[in-house]
Design a protein around this ligand. Structure first.
Ligand code: URA
Length: 438
C-alpha cells in the first residue's frame, strides 16, 4: 500500500516552489475525480501552480493523469492514420467543419471531440447542432464505430472523457487560475489525447479575438502544447495564426455551417481557406499521408475540386442523423426573422474589424452563451462581413445582421459600428498564418 498523501502537504510543497512527484500529481487528480479533495484544497493547489508554474515533466504527468481520469478511446484497430486539429478558439472559426471532411477524403481519419462555445468564442458543437437532426451526443463506442466506417466522427465531450478536467476547469473559472500555461496545456491535451488519435495539429491564435491576446504568450503555449504532446508519444505541431479580425465572412452558428459548405464547394473566403490549408497540410504531413506541405496542400485542394470532401461531409451528416439536404439548400438551416445590412457611413478602406467587438455583437444577438447554461440561437449572427483592406463607399454594407429580437439588433448594430472602422488610407491586411512550432 502506498503512503497517504495529505492534500495540505502537496499544496505546501508547490506553494514553496518544489517539483511535484508523479504520485503527488496522481493524488491531486484522483482527489478532483472522486471528490476526496475538498474544492478549497483543489483550488489552493491550482493557485500554487498558477503562481509557481510546473516543469515540462510535471505538466506531462498532470496531462496524463487527467487524461486517464476517464475513458481513453482505443482506435488502434483502425488502420488508417488518425489526426485531429484543435484551435485555441476564435471568432468565425468554423475551420473544423470543412477541414475534417477534407482531411478524411485524403485518407487520414479524423476522430474529433469538440466543445461548446463559451464567452466570446464559438464552439463547433453549437455550429453543427444547427443542422436539423444532427446528433453529437454519441457514446465513445458509437464514435469509434463511425471512425472505423467512414473515417470521420465529430462528437461533443461526454462525461466519460477527462472528468478531472471538468471539475478543475470549473474551479479555475471562478478562482482566477485559467491563464496558466501548464494548466491550459493539461486541460486541452487531456481531452484531445483521449480521442484515440496518432497525431495532433494545434491552431494557436493570438490577437483581439483570441484566448491569448499576446503573441509571445501564445507562442509559449504552442511550445508547451507540442512538447507535452510529444512527451506523451503523440507527434504534434502548432500553427500560430492571427485572430484580430473574424475568420471568413460569417459569424453565428448556422451561418458558419453555410459558409463551411461554401468552402467545400470551392468558394471559401481567401483568409479562411489559407488557415484551413495551413492546418490541413500539417495534419497530412504529420500523419504520413503527404511528403511535404506543398504536396499535402495539393491533395487537399483536389479533395475540394473533385467533390470528395463535400461527399464526405454528406456521409458525416447521414451517419449522425443530420439532414443532408442542407448541403444543396442552406435555407434548410435555421433562419432568423430579419436580415438587415449595416451600411458604411464613410468612403475609404476597412482599417479594422475588431474580432472581440464582432464576437460581443454576435453574443448580444444570441449566437453564443455568456454562462454555460444559456441557450444559443442557431439562426442569428452576421454575414457578408467586410475584411481589413476592403475598399468601401458610403452606403455599402459592412455586414448583414441576422436577428430575432429588435432590441438585441439595435444594441448589436451599435457594437458593430464601433468594431468596424473605415479609414481613408489604403490598408494591407497583416499576415494571418505565422510560425509552425514542433
Ligand atoms: N480550453 C480548454 O479546454 N482548457 C483551458 O484551460 C483553456 C482553453
Amino acid at each position: 500500500m502506498g503512503t497517504i498523501l495529505f492534500p495540505q502537504h502537496v499544496i505546501a510543497r508547490k506553494r514553496d516552489g518544489a517539483e511535484l512527484s508523479r504520485e503527488e500529481i496522481d493524488a491531486f487528480v484522483r482527489g478532483a475525480t472522486d471528490g476526496s479533495w475538498a474544492d478549497y484544497q483543489l483550488s489552493a493547489l491550482l493557485m500554487a501552480v498558477f503562481l509557481k508554474g510546473m516543469s515540462p515533466g510535471e505538466t506531462a504527468a498532470l496531462t496524463d493523469a487527467m487524461m486517464r481520469s476517464g475513458v481513453v478511446a482505443d482506435l488502434s484497430a483502425i488502420k488508417m492514420p488518425k489526426a485531429d486539429k484543435h484551435s485555441t478558439g476564435g471568432v468565425g472559426d468554423k475551420v473544423s467543419i470543412h477541414l475534417a471532411p477534407m482531411v478524411a477524403a485524403c485518407g487520414v481519419a479524423v476522430p474529433m471531440i469538440s466543445g461548446r462555445g463559451l464567452g466570446h468564442t464559438g464552439g463547433t458543437v453549437d455550429k453543427l447542432e444547427s443542422i436539423p437532426g444532427f446528433r453529437m451526443g454519441l457514446s465513445i463506442a458509437q464514435y469509434s464505430a463511425e471512425v472505423a466506417r467512414i473515417g470521420l466522427s465529430l462528437i461533443c465531450q461526454t462525461s466519460e472523457l477527462a472528468p478531472a478536467d471538468r471539475k478543475l476547469y470549473a474551479l479555475r473559472d471562478v478562482t482566477a487560475t485559467v491563464e496558466s500555461i501548464p494548466l491550459i496545456c493539461a486541460s486541452i491535451l487531456s481531452k484531445k489525447l483521449a480521442e484515440g488519435i496518432d497525431v495532433l495539429v494545434l491552431d494557436v491564435k493570438h490577437g483581439s479575438g483570441a484566448f491569448m491576446k499576446d503573441k509571445a504568450r501564445a507562442r509559449e503555449l504552442a511550445v508547451a502544447l507540442t512538447s507535452v504532446a510529444k512527451a506523451m508519444g503523440k507527434p504534434a505541431r502548432a500553427v500560430m495564426t492571427a485572430m484580430d479580425e473574424p475568420l471568413g465572412h460569417a459569424v453565428g452558428n448556422a451561418l458558419e455551417v453555410a459558409e463551411s459548405i461554401e468552402c467545400l464547394r470551392g468558394s471559401g473566403a481567401r483568409d479562411l481557406m489559407e488557415v484551413t490549408y495551413a492546418l490541413g497540410a500539417q495534419m497530412l504531413v504529420l500523419a504520413g499521408a503527404a511528403k511535404d506541405v506543398p504536396a499535402a496542400t495539393a491533395r487537399l485542394e483536389a479533395s475540394v475540386s473533385s467533390g470528395a470532401a463535400l461527399a464526405k461531409f454528406r456521409e458525416l451528416l447521414e451517419a449522425q442523423g443530420g439532414d443532408p439536404r442542407v448541403v444543396d439548400d442552406a435555407a434548410r438551416l435555421p433562419q432568423a426573422r430579419t436580415r438587415r445590412p449595416l451600411a458604411s457611413t464613410a468612403t475609404g478602406f476597412v482599417a479594422r474589424v475588431d474580432a472581440m467587438g464582432v464576437a460581443l455583437a454576435a453574443l448580444r444577438l444570441g449566437a453564443g452563451r455568456a454562462k454555460a447554461e444559456d441557450r444559443v440561437d442557431h439562426a442569428v449572427g452576421l454575414t457578408c462581413l467586410v475584411k481589413v483592406g476592403d475598399r468601401v463607399s458610403a452606403g455599402d454594407p459592412l455586414c448583414v445582421v441576422h436577428s430575432n429580437d429588435e432590441r438585441a439588433h439595435a444594441e448589436a448594430q451599435e457594437m458593430l459600428e464601433s468594431a468596424i472602422v473605415v479609414g481613408t488610407a489604403p490598408v494591407r491586411p497583416p499576415p494571418l498564418v505565422g510560425e509552425v512550432i514542433g
